[in-house]
Ligand binder design. Structure first.
Ligand SMILES: [Fe+2]
Length: 593
C-alpha cells in the first residue's frame, strides 16, 4: 500500500516538474511584440504567393540565426526548411522612433526567411508555426493557420485597406476588423504601407507601437488619446492566416540613395529616370569604365528611385515586363489585377519657396540638380508602355475572362473628392522662362486634363473588360462612385491623417494662370457624383448626408464578401471607444458568370 502511494506521489511530482519545465520553456521562448532582443522574432510569419497546392511563409529576424524552418500539419509533424536572405537597404537615422538613438544614417541588419509549404489539399486550412534557431536557442512563433489558394466558389472575405503609414488610427482599425468580421482570407492593400520604405522600424518596431507588421499581426501597442480618453490598440491578427496582396504607392518608392542624407530627404529626393540617364551619359567614362550593364542599372536606380525594400519584403506573382511591381492573381472567384500607378507626391502649395507639384523653388531655379521635376510618374502606364501592353494582355487572358469577380487595384485615385487627384495623372510638362541673360526666371509644370493616362488610356480598357471594381487609396478618405458603364470605384483609405474632402467651400489649391488647364477645385474632377452611403451616412452640421468619410476620429475599413458579392464598409469612432463598429455602406458587384 505504502509503495503504491509512493509511486503515485512520484508520478504526480514528476508530472508537475514536467509541466513546470514546459511552462518555463514556453515563456522563455516567447517573444514580445516590440522587443528587439536576441531571443525574439522581429515579426510574426505572414502568407504570400498562394498556388492551388502551396503557399509561402515569410518572417523576419534581427539576427542571421543558424537554422529556420516551418513546422506544419494537424500535429505539426511536417517540417520544411526556410531560405534566408538579408534586406539590403533598410536603415535607421535620427528620425527613427526607436529606443536606440541613431545619430546618423545606419544600416540595419534584418534577415528574411521564407519557406514554401507544398502538397496542400484544396480548401484545407492547417496549423503551422515557424522556428528559428539562434545561438542554440529555439525561438518559436505561436501556432497560426495556412491554406493554399482557395478553389473557385469558396466563400471569401477580403479586407480592403490602404495607406496605413503608421497613422494613429491604423491599429484601432485593424483591431476592429478582427472583432467585427473575424478571420479574413486575404488583404488587398492599395499602397502606402509605411512612410519611408527604407526605414526598417516603420515596418517592424517603431516604438510608438504602430509599425506595419505589428498592426496587421495583432502585435501593435498604439496609444490613442482622444480628448482625454486613452486606449491602447493592438491591431489585428490578420496576415499570419491571410495572404496579403499589396500595390505600390508613392510611399513604397525611395528616391536617390545617399549614405549620409536623412532618410526622409532621400525619400523625397526621387527624380525621373530620364534625369539620371542624362547625368549617366554625361559622365559615363567615370561612372562605368567597362560599360557593364549591371553597373549602369544600379547607378541609374541609385540616382533616381527604387522599390527595392518593398520588393525584398514581399513575394508576389511576377511577369517578364514588370517583375513583381505589377501583377495579376486568381484567388477563389476573384481575378485581382494590381497596377503600379503612382507618382511622387509634391506639395500643392503655389508659394515660390516650395518645391511643389506646380513649380520649382525660386532659389533652385538655376540649379537643376535640386529640382523636383513636378509630380513625375514612376512607372509609365501611358498607352504603348510595357505596363499598358501587359494590362491589355492580362485582360485578354482566360484567367481574367473566366473570373466571376474582376478587381483592379492601384494607388492613385481615378475618382475622388480628395486632393491628390489634381493635377491630372500625366507627365508634367515643364514651362521654363528665361531672362535676357539666359538665366531661368521660372519653372512651372502643367498637366493637361486630356493627357490623364488613367482616364484616357486605362479606364476604357477596364470598362470594356467588364471590371466590376476599381480599388485605390492615396487621399486618406472613404468615398465611392459608379460610372455609367457600371464600374464601381472605391477609395477606402481613412485610417488617420485625412486631407479632407474637397466640396463646397473646401477648395483644392490650384494654379489659375493658365485657364486652359482648368484644374478642378471641388468634387470629382473626372465627372462622377460621389454616392451617399446606403446604410448610415454621416451628416454635416446642418444635418445633410455626407457622401464621404474624411476624419481623424472616425476610421473606416471595407470587406468584400464573395459569397454575397457585397462590398461593405464599416466605421468606428475612436472618440467613443465603447461604441460599436457601424456598417454604413454596402453595394453589390454583379458576378460575371
Ligand atoms: Fe499615397
Amino acid at each position: 500500500m505504502k509503495s503504491k502511494h509512493w509511486k503515485f506521489l512520484r508520478i504526480t511530482l514528476l508530472s508537475l516538474l514536467i509541466v513546470i519545465l514546459l511552462t518555463m520553456g514556453f515563456w522563455s521562448k516567447r517573444y514580445t511584440s516590440q522587443s528587439n532582443t536576441y531571443s525574439s522574432l522581429l515579426s510574426d510569419p505572414f502568407l504570400q504567393l498562394p498556388t492551388s497546392n502551396s503557399v509561402r511563409v515569410v518572417w523576419f529576424t534581427s539576427w542571421e540565426g543558424d537554422f529556420h524552418n516551418v513546422i506544419y500539419g494537424q500535429r505539426l509533424n511536417n517540417s520544411v526548411k526556410a531560405t534566408t536572405t538579408k534586406l539590403s537597404l533598410v536603415r535607421e537615422d535620427s528620425d527613427s522612433r526607436l529606443d536606440i538613438d541613431y545619430q546618423k544614417v545606419t544600416s540595419r541588419d534584418i534577415w528574411r526567411h521564407e519557406a514554401t509549404i507544398s502538397e496542400l489539399k484544396p480548401n484545407k486550412r492547417i496549423p503551422y508555426q515557424v522556428v528559428s534557431i539562434h545561438d542554440g536557442e529555439e525561438i518559436l512563433s505561436r501556432v497560426f493557420t495556412l491554406a493554399a489558394a482557395p478553389q473557385p466558389n469558396t466563400p471569401l472575405k477580403i479586407l480592403l485597406t490602404s495607406d496605413h503609414q503608421l497613422m494613429p488610427m491604423a491599429a484601432a482599425n485593424m483591431q476592429k476588423v478582427v472583432e467585427t468580421v473575424g478571420k479574413v482570407d486575404a488583404v488587398f492593400i492599395a499602397g502606402d504601407l509605411v512612410n519611408i520604405p527604407d526605414r526598417a522600424s516603420e515596418w517592424f518596431d517603431d516604438n510608438r507601437g504602430g509599425a506595419f507588421f505589428p498592426v496587421l499581426q495583432g502585435r501593435a501597442k498604439y496609444k490613442l488619446d482622444k480628448s482625454g480618453i486613452e486606449r491602447i490598440y493592438h491591431g489585428g491578427e490578420i496576415i499570419q492566416h491571410a495572404v496579403i496582396f499589396p500595390a505600390i504607392g508613392n510611399h513604397e518608392v525611395m528616391g536617390r540613395f545617399s549614405d549620409t542624407s536623412p532618410l526622409k530627404r532621400q525619400f523625397t529626393d526621387a527624380v525621373p529616370r530620364a534625369q539620371a540617364e542624362k547625368l549617366y551619359w554625361q559622365d559615363r567614362g567615370n561612372i562605368n569604365e567597362t560599360g557593364d550593364p549591371k553597373i549602369q542599372k544600379a547607378w541609374l536606380k541609385a540616382n533616381s528611385f527604387n522599390t527595392d525594400t518593398y520588393e525584398e519584403i514581399f513575394t508576389l506573382p511576377e511577369n517578364s515586363s514588370g517583375g513583381k511591381k505589377y501583377y495579376a492573381v486568381t484567388f477563389g472567384n476573384i481575378r485581382l489585377v494590381v497596377l503600379y500607378v503612382t507618382n511622387i507626391w509634391r506639395s500643392p502649395s503655389l508659394e515660390s519657396n516650395v518645391k511643389g507639384r506646380y513649380q520649382e523653388k525660386t532659389e533652385d531655379l538655376n540649379q537643376p540638380e535640386k529640382w523636383g521635376y513636378g509630380q513625375h510618374i514612376f512607372e509609365p502606364i501611358v498607352k504603348g508602355s510595357s505596363q499598358y501592353h501587359w494590362l491589355e494582355q492580362e485582360l485578354q487572358s482566360e484567367a481574367f475572362k473566366q473570373a466571376k469577380y474582376k478587381i483592379v487595384m492601384f494607388h492613385h485615385p481615378p475618382h475622388t473628392l480628395g486632393g491628390n487627384i489634381v493635377p491630372p495623372y500625366t507627365d508634367p510638362l515643364p514651362q521654363i522662362e528665361y531672362d535676357e541673360n539666359e538665366q531661368i526666371t521660372s519653372v512651372r509644370y502643367e498637366y493637361p486634363q486630356e493627357n490623364d493616362y488613367i482616364i484616357r488610356d486605362v479606364l476604357p480598357l477596364l470598362e470594356s473588360a467588364e471590371v466590376q471594381l476599381v480599388y485605390y487609396g492615396h487621399s486618406h478618405l472613404w468615398n465611392r462612385f459608379v460610372n455609367p458603364q457600371g464600374v464601381h470605384f472605391l477609395e477606402s483609405s481613412n485610417v488617420g491623417n485625412t486631407y479632407g474632402a474637397h466640396i463646397e467651400e473646401n477648395k483644392r489649391p490650384v494654379p489659375k494662370d493658365n485657364p486652359q488647364l482648368n484644374y478642378v477645385e471641388t468634387g470629382d474632377p473626372n465627372g462622377l457624383t460621389p454616392i451617399i452611403p446606403t446604410i448610415r451616412p454621416l451628416k454635416d452640421n446642418s444635418g445633410k448626408f455626407l457622401p464621404y468619410i474624411a476624419s481623424n476620429d472616425i476610421t473606416v475599413f471595407s470587406i468584400f464578401d464573395t459569397a454575397m458579392g457585397t462590398v461593405s464598409s464599416y466605421f468606428y469612432d475612436t472618440r467613443k471607444p465603447e461604441s460599436p463598429v457601424v456598417k454604413f455602406d454596402e453595394f453589390m458587384l454583379i458576378p460575371n458568370n
